[in-house]
Design a protein around this ligand. Sequence first.
Ligand code: NAI
Ligand code: 15L
Length: 265
Amino acid sequence: MKRLLLTGAAGGLGSAMRGRLKGLAEIVRVSDIVDLGNPASHEEVMVCDLGDRPSVDRLVEGCDAIIHLGGISLEDKFSKIMNANLLGLYNLYEAARANGMPRILFASSNHTIGFYRQDEYLDHEAPMKPDGLYGVSKCFGEALARMYYEKFGQETALVRIGSCMEKPKNHRMLSTWMSYDDFLSMIECIFRAPRLGCPVIWGCSNNDTRWWDNSHVSYLGWHPKDNAERFRAEIDAAVARPAPDDAVAIYQGGPFVNDPIFAES
Ligand code: NAI
Ligand code: 15L
């Protein structure tokens, strides 16, 4: 492809994936609301607030594909979530509609279903059970993407990322972890598939104790290779196991289920 847009490129996941996308497109347009440093030879840099419609129109213009990681990634005040994750997503989809409907990977989250228990195994049809306003914003994003698919044919991968980081940090992440390599191979499958549609894809590696079933997207040919189990001894040694009656050990959303509704100030 000619030009791939990566939003949220200054974030934890965006900066980890930024350098790995080189082979996917001739030009990678990297964007964030904060400074991104100097572009590599295959990159274009555009600073943009997702809540600003004219900027988002310019951002999306000329792109053949979008990896949308930008936005608020934790529980926060509703006003902050609203600008980046609600208004920002609407702006992105309207800009995509005006610019040839490039295929989108939307970074949704396991916090759309955080109130399921850790002893439940979910498929993509499980009703949403968000664990906070952040999770609700990802439910909104999935619904918005679905509407643009049904109404206009805009294709989106709704990737419910578990915990995508260098390695799992606690016992819960032995189930939710997705390695960077597995995320990259998922990205390749999503953008190379002849037909994508608008599927939910669970974003976790091939962990022994995973909670989610991806068999409905076998047509994408994604085969995650990593397994968090290899970190179990390290985590047992370094991290205290939560008490069995602690919500962190009960619910799939882990600590997010305990977050308050943050007051506006
Ligand atoms: P992050 O918080 O490190 O990065 C998000 C980036 O979005 C930041 O660089 C921030 O500056 C940018 N941003 C925030 N508001 C913005 C706005 N109004 N306009 C433009 N950019 C804005 O989060 P992380 O961990 O890199 O996650 C990336 C995406 O993946 C997020 O959408 C997050 O919800 C989602 N996700 C990540 C998971 C993970 O394990 N890293 C798990 C589940 C979902
Ligand atoms: C998320 O949605 C967050 O963006 C990320 O920071 C992690 O905490 C992840 O979920 C998780 O549940 O581990």
